[in-house]
Design a protein around this ligand. Structure first.
Ligand SMILES: [Zn+2]
Length: 281
């Protein structure tokens, strides 16, 4: 078990979890806090497997996460989900409801649904999120399932290249942006974009990608040498009841950081200290 405060900042709800089960799982995993993502119906999962099948709408997913978080306020923080698709006003209304009324702590967006992060049509959404003062977690890098969304059009990785955030941060300099998965395989691009702006963070979960241990070490070394530890966030991409994976991922990450000779003080920042500041815990 790790004796430091551990916040896992990227965890996917499926929409059926009960608070007591989540808490028990976290205790077994040795994780103090999860930032959980609103479940959203993922029709793009492989082999016709639809994740979060009982979540019928974005609103329902946001209600689910808010309710769970209210039941475990000391252990959970929640990301609202909006698609960024369709009517911008509807996205804005749901965003306001989720952050202001439901009290959620961040926003998750998935550009691979078919928009570029720097598309000016997203600006009203970023403007509101900047005003609300919460971070956005973007799926970034390759997409895990190159398949169909709603039965039409492929889900493509091209929408989540880190270089598209240059335009976003120029227009919204106070927006806090987390690029998930170190934008794998574009970690050099992600680290470089982060080097140029103080408000880009990287999360460290890369398991579904081509990040072998050796390559991940290289990526972490580059990040540590250039942007330092303050904007690296521990994340597993797990589901909250998957405590065995959560624990194994945590142990593996700590071993990797120790092998890179990161000090215990800096490991504590990556595992939880940085999240504490970002989410104002
Ligand atoms: Zn994820």
């Amino acid at each position: 078990m790790i004796s430091m405060f551990v916040a896992d900042t990227h965890v996917h709800l499926l929409g059926s979890e009960k608070p007591s089960e989540v808490e028990a799982s976290m205790d077994k995993a040795g994780v103090d806090l999860l930032v959980v993502i609103a479940p959203y119906k993922q029709t793009f999962m492989p082999q016709g497997r639809v994740s979060c099948a009982n979540i019928k709408s974005v609103r329902m997913g946001n209600d689910f996460v808010a309710n769970l978080v209210k039941n475990l306020p000391d252990r959970l923080k929640g990301y609202a989900f909006i698609t960024g698709l369709g009517n911008v006003e509807e996205n804005l209304r749901e965003l306001e409801r989720a952050i202001q009324d439901l009290g959620l702590h961040g926003v998750k967006m998935f550009p691979n649904l078919g928009w570029y992060p720097d598309d000016p049509k997203m600006d009203p959404i970023y403007e509101l999120i900047e005003d609300l003062g919460v971070p956005i977690l973007f799926h970034s890098g390759v997409v895990p399932w190159i398949s169909d969304i709603h039965g039409q059009g492929p889900l493509l990785s091209k929408y989540s290249r880190p270089v598209y955030y240059e335009g976003v941060v120029r227009r919204f300099p106070k927006l806090k942006i987390i690029l998930a998965h170190m934008s794998w395989p574009w970690f050099m691009e992600a680290i470089t974009v982060a080097y140029l702006t103080p408000n880009i963070y990287l999360d460290l979960c890369t398991d579904f990608t081509t990040a072998t241990t050796r390559l991940k070490e290289e990526a972490l070394k580059m990040a540590l040498e250039t942007i330092g530890v303050e904007r690296l966030l521990y994340a597993s991409d797990a589901t909250p009841l998957g405590w065995e994976y959560m624990r194994e991922h945590l142990d593996r990450t700590v071993k990797l950081l120790r092998r890179l000779k990161v000090s215990e003080e800096d490991i504590a920042k990556i595992l939880g200290g940085n999240a504490r500041k970002l989410f104002k815990l």
